[in-house]
Every structure is written in structure tokens, then in C-alpha cells.
Ligand binder design. Structure first.
Ligand SMILES: NC(=O)c1ccc[n+]([C@@H]2O[C@H](COP(=O)([O-])OP(=O)(O)OC[C@H]3O[C@@H](n4cnc5c(N)ncnc54)[C@H](O)[C@@H]3O)[C@@H](O)[C@H]2O)c1
Length: 390
């Protein structure tokens, strides 16, 4: 695959439009297909607006903007994918819809065309399972907004051909992205490891140890996170964040580590979805918080920060232990995908594996809940005074 490869994008929504922009700005011709005329129009108009903005800001020349738009074609039929070397699917998150789309695409493209799904919550095995040639399908998970966020999780499925992930990783790299390879497991890397940032913060809040503004302040001032968990949940949307948590929890066969929170479920049910609804944990006017977030982490700030951080490190260590991804990719995923100030495994080295392990053991002892079970890798490292990086 090279710059001459025509890229097909199925779905002209938020992600499809962003992915089309990324591929075109790297020099590919891009065919965007959607079954809704309105979605295609919105996508084309949105891209024109984005280009105008970039030109106004001096980030792109008028000529480059024109060429980028000129390489993207919006179409109403998947037959236009005929000459594509790769088709990336970003349609609705529904297994049957994705399977039938790929069946249709397979009738159009030749046998060497790579098929990729941008699914966030379905397994790659299930999406590829009904393909005529499942070996050429894999996950290519972009983050929103795709043109701005550098991370892309490349996820081979059970039947993906040997070497396909590496081939796709290399092409995604030429698009200026930071690709990491992840195993086909719930949440892949980022949406799995990041769960305690929200879940443990909610738990601490529910127990009355700290208020949500104090927890946000603790994570920002003591941990250096750009946003606190509650601010971030309000930005992501309490509907989206709740549903991701519930989906990972169910797919993990109800492992208590990933259990959703009733507090967040109630916000979701009440329509307090966050910034987009004007109300979540905080109140918003014109998309900005009304009250601001107090800068004080409160009397339990240090305890709260360490508790959430140790839970995050435990997830990262366990993901490494279970071979979800390599340690460099785990660090890249969390720093480039969700802007963590440091990789969690480097953070563990700073704190000391024993310190992290003992914090988790104390929580487990206090609560007697499996939620706090330390990763076996962390336990072994604590015993040997081990480090993730030398
Ligand atoms: N939005 C995010 O933050 C995000 C991030 C990463 C991955 N994803 C994944 O990307 C995919 C798309 O998400 P989105 O947010 O862009 O959704 P979206 O609703 O903005 O866009 C989906 C588009 O697919 C079209 N569509 C639906 N069924 C179709 C079909 N059978 N054939 C052709 N087009 C069809 C719709 O008309 C719509 O334009 C989903 O799988 C989602 O899980 C979303």
C-alpha cells in the first residue's frame, strides 16, 4: 500500500469525515460512501468549512486545501469502492449493519483490498466473522476528532492474516498518526486502561470521601492531568461514557473492576449528559462551566489521587501481563490517546511497584472486593523490586 492506494470510507458521520480528511491530507484519493444523502451533504459542507478555517488560520495554503478537497469524492453507492486498496468502515455501531456492509463491499473490491472497522465496542472477530475473506479484515480505531488526535489502535482479529496489522500500522504512520497494536479484547487499550479514571473517581465520590470538584482538583494539581475525571466525563458525555463502561463490563463477564456507577447511570437517565446538555456534574452556559472548578484538592486529596492512580497503573500492568499490547504501545496509547501527563508504567516505576502493589492490597483488605485485586505482574514486580523500564 502506498500513496497511490485509493481509500474507501464507509459512513460520512463524525468519524468517517475525519478519517477521510486524514487520508486525503496524506495524499490519497478518498471515496466516502453513506446511505444517507443528508449525511453526505453534511460531511462535504463540514470538510469545506474545516478547510476554510485552516486557511484563515494560516495552517494550510489555499492551494493545499483545494487539492485536499479535490481528492475526496462523496458517493451514494458502495460500487464506487471498486478500485480501493483499503476500505475503512465508520458506520453506525451495530453488528448486523457492519456485517452486511462488508458483505456488500466484498462484492465490489478485489481480493487484495484491506478491510478495516473503526468500531469502538464490537469485537473484530465478530465483525469479520461473516466475511468471505476474513483474513483481510482488522480494526483501525481512530479517536475523535480523528484529524487532531494522533493515536490509532490497530487491532488484528482472530482470523486476520499474519503481518496485516504491521502493514496497516505502517500506512497509518505515513498519515502522521501514532499507531499502536492491540489485541482484540474489550475496550482495546485506551478504553480498557482508562476505566478507573472515571470508575474509581465515582466510587470515591459515592463514598463521600471527596466532592467531585475536589477529586478533579486532586487529579489536576497533584497528578498533572489536564482535566479531572468529572470534567472529562461531562466533556465526553455521560451517555457515551456510561455506555462504554457498561459495554466493557458486560464483555468482561461482569468483572467488578469495570462495574459502572449508579451515580453516572442516574445522570444519564436524567439527561444530564454534560457540556452538550448544559448540565452534568457541573452546569454549563455556552459550553463553558458556570461555577468553575475550585483549585483545592480538599483534605483527602493525596489519598484520592494515589487511589485512582494505583487503579490505573494496575490496569496498565494487567494489560501488559495479558498481552493486550506491548509496554511502549501501552505508554503511547495513554499519552497520545487520552493525553495523560505520563505513561502509567513509567509512573509505576517512579512510585515503585511495591508501593503501588501495597496500596492495592490495603484497598482489597479494607473492602474485601475483587475490584481491588492487584495484577499478578505487579505482585511479582513488588517481590523483586522490579521496574517496567530500565
Ligand atoms: N464518535 C466517536 O467518538 C467515535 C470514536 C471512535 C470510534 N467510533 C466508531 O466509529 C463509528 C462511527 O461513529 P460516528 O460517531 O462517526 O457515527 P455517526 O452517527 O456520526 O455516523 C455514522 C454514519 O454512518 C451512516 N450509516 C449508517 N448505516 C449505514 C450503512 N449501512 N451504510 C452506509 N452508511 C451508513 C449514517 O448515515 C451516518 O452518517 C462507530 O462504529 C463508532 O463506534 C466513534
Amino acid at each position: 500500500m502506498d500513496i497511490q492506494t485509493k481509500i474507501g470510507v464507509a459512513g460520512a458521520g463524525t468519524m468517517g469525515t475525519g478519517i477521510a480528511q486524514v487520508a486525503s491530507s496524506a495524499g490519497h484519493e478518498v471515496i466516502v460512501f453513506d446511505n444517507s444523502r443528508d449525511a453526505l451533504d453534511r460531511s462535504a459542507t463540514g470538510l469545506r468549512k474545516t478547510m476554510n478555517r485552516l486557511v484563515e488560520k494560516g495552517k494550510l495554503s489555499e492551494q493545499d486545501a483545494k487539492s485536499l478537497l479535490g481528492r475526496i469524492r462523496h458517493v451514494t453507492g458502495a460500487d464506487a469502492f471498486r478500485e480501493c486498496g483499503m476500505v475503512i468502515e465508520a458506520i453506525v455501531e451495530n453488528l448486523d449493519a457492519k456485517r452486511s456492509l462488508f458483505n456488500e463491499v466484498e462484492k465490489q473490491v478485489d481480493d487484495t483490498c484491506v478491510l478495516a472497522t473503526n468500531t469502538s465496542s464490537l469485537s473484530i472477530a465478530s465483525v469479520g466473522g461473516r466475511c468471505r475473506l476474513p483474513g483481510r479484515l482488522l480494526g483501525v480505531h481512530f479517536f475523535n476528532p480523528a484529524p487532531l488526535l494522533p493515536l490509532v489502535e490497530v487491532v488484528p482479529g482472530l482470523d486476520s492474516e499474519q503481518g496485516l496489522a504491521e502493514k496497516v500500522r505502517d500506512i497509518v504512520k505515513t498519515w502522521g498518526k501514532v499507531p499502536v497494536i492491540a489485541r482484540d479484547t474489550p475496550g482495546f487499550i485506551v478504553n480498557r486502561i482508562a476505566r478507573p479514571f472515571y470508575g474509581e473517581a465515582l466510587r470515591v465520590y459515592e463514598e463521600g470521601i471527596a466532592g467531585f470538584a475536589e477529586i478533579d482538583a486532586a487529579m489536576k494539581t497533584l497528578g498533572g492531568f489536564r482535566m479531572g475525571p468529572f470534567e472529562l466525563m461531562d466533556l465526553i458525555g455521560n451517555d457515551v461514557n456510561y455506555q462504554v463502561t457498561a459495554s466493557v463490563w458486560e464483555q468482561m463477564f461482569y468483572d467488578p473492576r469495570y462495574r459502572p456507577s449508579i451515580t453516572q447511570q442516574r445522570l444519564f437517565e436524567a439527561g444530564r449528559l454534560g457540556r452538550k446538555a448544559g448540565r452534568g456534574y457541573y452546569a454549563y452556559a455556552d459550553g463553558k462551566p458556570v461555577d468553575g472548578v475550585p483549585a483545592e484538592p480538599g483534605p483527602h486529596g493525596e489519598e484520592v489521587y494515589l487511589r485512582i492512580l494505583c487503579m490505573l497503573i494496575n490496569e496498565a500492568a494487567d494489560a501488559l501481563y495479558l498481552g493486550i499490547a506491548g509496554k511502549d504501545d501501552i505508554e503511547l496509547a495513554m499519552t497520545k490517546g487520552v493525553n495523560y501527563p505520563k505513561g502509567l508504567l513509567h509512573w509505576a516505576d517512579e512510585l515503585g511497584a511495591r508501593e503501588v502493589y501495597e496500596s492495592l492490597c490495603r484497598l482489597r483488605e479494607d473492602y474485601r472486593e475483587d475490584r481491588y485485586r492487584p495484577s499478578l505482574l505487579l505482585k511479582r514486580m513488588a517481590a523483586d523490586n522490579g521496574r517496567f523500564f530500565t
